[in-house]
Design a protein. Sequence first.
Length: 154
Amino acid sequence: MNEIVNNVDKTEIREKILNAENKIANMKGAKFGDYLPLKHTFADGAYVREIFIPKGELIVGKIHKHSHPNFLMSGEVSVLTEEGAKRLKAPMSMISPAGTKRIVFAHEDTVWVTIHVTNETNLGMIENEIIAKSYDELLPEYVQKFIEAQGELI
């Protein structure tokens, strides 16, 4: 399955993930926000987020601004990112690069832990710090300013 996805450019995969998210959002019984069980833990300079994903659940994650470690503590999932499609089985760890957005299907009850570098402890502020509202937020500031300036010239 990876071979098929890896032959397509990342921008096209991002568009496919966003389109899939829209289709999932329009499905009967679609859920939004943090509806799955979460555990939030804080250490000096770190926010640890643990999510329980029940077997059979299909979820779409948010766009992460920064690279961060992930730990699959238990379970098995299929994951699609711009890096391709993979089947992951616990226990394992990985680093998610900045810009990662995932579609996840849980083949088994799964516990997934992520760690984010921050001194913040307010969950709303943490989300603003680590989550991008769109892929455009990932562009360097000078590129964003250039694009905005082009719009003013048109």
